[in-house]
Write a protein that binds this ligand. Structure first.
Ligand code: ADP
Length: 705
């Protein structure tokens, strides 16, 4: 294109203008890169209007310069905003922006709107005349274009018009390109943040996290140094925890007071800030630079936030290309809040790991073998005692199932699906551990659901009860021995007493009483030995064999007679409720008699002097209900089931060995019946048992015995 000289005719000007505008609009229609747009506008304008140099300044929505370009002798320079600040602040560009009017300066030496530079002196080649116009797009001021010429009076009104026409076309193109650049920057920030988030969350320990944060800032902002400081627990200081750059090692560990310097200010205010020139910033504190010898020229600083609170700051120092991008703070803020949430997660993770560690210690230190399985029963963890008990290594056990170790009581756990355990219940049963095919270790099993790594698991405690079982067997053996050794001599004693009593003359009443006492005592021992034998038999699963028809009244008479002297010695009254017309029982009469005597003896034994005891019977549909009631001390609720177990005794060092009620339960259940106790502590107890009968008859009235 030919460069028109200012002396050409008006027609030529108009043609040139149209040609130029056509070029500009065609060229700019598709250009989106802001620098490219600025460069083309400048080149085309200088070529068409004339002049040796020119500039374009681009403004953001708030009227602040965000980009610029200059052309001089055909050469285009970008990022010149710093150099153009003078003209924006107090020169021609500023004037045009303010007035939104184009300006023609025929002679720069006599126009005060022109800021004079040394280069503009008459003997130098600087600007002697200038034209400048605002770039407007849809009423928005988006920039200013200025062209200058080294000779005064070069430009005239038509040049001014041409520049304004160019500015009008260029305004839209610049706005589009600026918006595009902004959206590109935003996308870049988003991408950098997404990348940082991935890199930071992939880090494991806090130290690692801090290092990753610094690397991300370094990469995203292209700066000489980065540092990260955290606020101390008492919130009075900031401690630099991590740093990169030439003096990184020296700054780590340095402390800054809250509010001191730029970092201290950001930490206190919780707001990010960019300091383009530290020399012009009174808040800047030289303490750290003096110590390290490093020169901090520009700082971008953002808070690190966690749960809405500032916990530290991130500082990016000295951008490599001189100034921070406008989006630097946005990016730094983003990385700061990412770092905050990751540090927070890390803290949670640390406490979770501590909890896990203490669980692991408890697990390992337990004296009981513990096995953890999944819901299918596959073993996923075992403690050391479990490896000893199972006589296998942990590795071997991890390939096995809980079924391989012992037989599960499915009734207790709710079938193979362990349905009882999913309701947070604990199941208990006895079983045997089979570490080898020929070993059986008796165990009691406590199993319940636990949550491990957010998944449901089962925890099996397999407690070795060999020692307890050994003692039980010893006790059983001892009891059998006593029984066998006592039975025949006792029968002899009773037989001899009987003969002795019949041989005594009627007048020997006092001897008869003595013999009676001896007989009763011997009978008690006999009842005890018989009950011991029954316990053994019934426990072994034998059924009641000696069934014979017997009237309830006979059992009652014998039972009351047996305990009568004992009750009398404690001044206790024994009442009976015995309706007439009861059906005949078909039972082992001796056994049921001993059950009732046992209940009556307990009532006598465990109630104080003067208490009342009632023995009663009532007919039910299909059975008879017997009960022994007292107004003694009663039994605590949690003991009411346990007292029917063997060797269960509530009063330590008292009378009895805790077998009486165990016998009663075995005997009643052996007859297809049921026994239980109801009690109110301090008021008394009522032991009831029900025996089934085949035929029922109408119950009569209570008769006194
Ligand atoms: P023993 O009488 O030999 O201790 P039992 O099996 O007959 O054994 O009884 C078990 C426990 O139940 C007793 O030790 C006692 O503590 C409690 N017990 C039984 N009967 C009564 C009762 N009528 N009142 C209060 N406690 C009782």
């Amino acid at each position: 294109m030919r460069t028109p000289s200012p002396s050409q005719t008006q027609d030529e000007h108009s043609r040139a203008s149209l040609e130029l505008l056509y070029h500009i609009s065609r060229e700019l229609a598709s250009a989106l890169d802001l620098h490219e747009v600025l460069e083309r506008i400048l080149q085309l304008s200088v070529e068409s209007v004339g002049g040796i140099s020119g500039s374009i300044i681009v403004l953001d929505n708030h009227g602040n310069p965000v980009d610029s370009a200059m052309i001089h002798s055909g050469q285009v320079y970008n990022q010149t905003t710093d150099r153009l600040m003078d003209t924006i602040d107090k020169g021609l560009a500023g004037w045009v922006l303010q007035s939104r009017e184009p300006v023609l300066i025929r002679d720069t030496s006599i126009d005060e709107r022109w800021t004079k530079r040394p280069d503009d002196a008459p003997d130098r080649t600087g600007a002697k005349s200038a034209v400048s116009a605002p770039l407007l797009a849809r009423q928005n001021l988006v920039g200013v274009i200025t062209l200058v010429h080294p000779s005064p009076y070069t430009f005239n009104e038509s040049h001014l018009e041409l520049v304004q026409a160019i500015a009008d076309v260029a305004g839209i193109a610049v706005l589009n390109a600026r918006l595009y650049t902004e959206s590109q920057n935003r996308a870049r920030v988003m991408a950098a943040l997404a990348e940082s988030s991935l890199a930071i969350t992939a880090a494991l320990g806090a130290k690692d996290i801090l290092q990753r944060v610094l690397e991300q800032v370094h990469q995203a902002l292209q700066v000489e140094a980065v540092s990260l400081a955290l606020i101390t627990a008492d919130k009075t200081e900031l401690v630099i925890k991590a740093a990169t750059g030439p003096v990184a090692d020296e700054v780590i560990g340095l402390r800054l007071k809250m509010g001191e310097g730029i970092a201290g200010w950001v930490a206190r205010e919780g707001k990010g800030a960019i300091t383009p020139d530290t020399k012009k910033e009174p808040q800047f504190n030289q303490k750290v630079d003096r110590r390290t010898g490093f020169e901090t020229r520009a700082i971008a600083c953002a808070p690190i936030r966690s749960k809405g609170e500032t916990i530290g700051v991130l500082e990016a120092i000295n951008p490599v290309n001189g100034t921070f991008d406008p989006d630097a703070l946005l990016l730094l803020n983003g990385i700061g809040s990412l770092a905050g949430s990751v540090l927070e997660q890390d803290q949670l993770l640390a406490s979770l790991q501590a909890a896990k560690q203490s669980f692991q210690e408890l697990f390992e230190d337990s004296i009981d073998p513990i096995v953890i399985t999944d819901w299918e029963g596959n073993i996923v963890d075992v403690n050391r005692p479990a490896t000893f008990a199972a006589r296998r290594t942990k590795k071997e056990l991890l390939g096995m199932t809980i079924h391989d170790l012992h037989e599960i009581d499915f009734e207790k756990v709710g079938g193979p699906q362990f349905s009882n355990l999913s309701k947070h219940e604990m199941a208990y049963y006895e079983s045997a551990l089979r570490p080898t095919p020929d070993t059986n270790i008796p165990i009691e099993v406590y199993v319940r659901q636990i949550i491990l790594d957010e998944k449901k698991h089962l925890q099996w405690i397999l407690r070795d009860i060999s020692e307890r079982k050994r003692l039980d067997t010893l006790r059983d053996d001892l009891i059998s021995m006593i029984y066998h050794d006592l039975r025949s001599p006792l029968s002899n004693v009773l037989y001899s007493m009987d003969i002795l009593a019949s041989m005594l003359a009627d007048e020997s009443e006092k001897y008869k009483t003595l013999i009676d006492v001896a007989v009763r005592s011997a009978e008690r021992i006999q009842r005890l030995t018989s009950s011991l034998l029954d316990i053994k038999r019934l426990e072994a699963g034998h059924s009641v064999l000696n069934r014979a028809p017997i009237e309830v009244v006979d059992i009652f008479v014998d039972a009351v007679d047996a305990i009568h002297p004992l009750a009398e010695s404690k001044k206790q009254k024994v009442h009976t409720i015995l309706p007439t017309g009861l059906p005949t029982l078909n039972v082992d009469g001796d056994m049921i008699r001993r059950v009732i005597i046992n209940l009556l003896e307990n009532a006598v034994k465990y109630t104080p002097v003067g208490c009342n005891i009632t023995l009663g019977v009532a007919e039910l549909e299909g059975g008879l209900e017997f009960w022994v009631e007292d107004d003694g001390p009663g039994i605590e609720p949690e003991q009411r089931d346990a007292i029917f177990n063997k060797y269960a005794r509530l009063q330590k060092g008292g009378i009895g060995i805790g077998l009486g009620l165990a016998f009663c339960r075995l005997a009643v259940e052996g007859h297809g019946g049921r026994i239980w106790v109801e009690s109110e502590v301090g008021k008394g107890s009522r032991f009831t048992f029900v025996l089934p009968v085949d035929e029922t008859e109408t119950a009569g009235e209570a008769i006194p015995l």
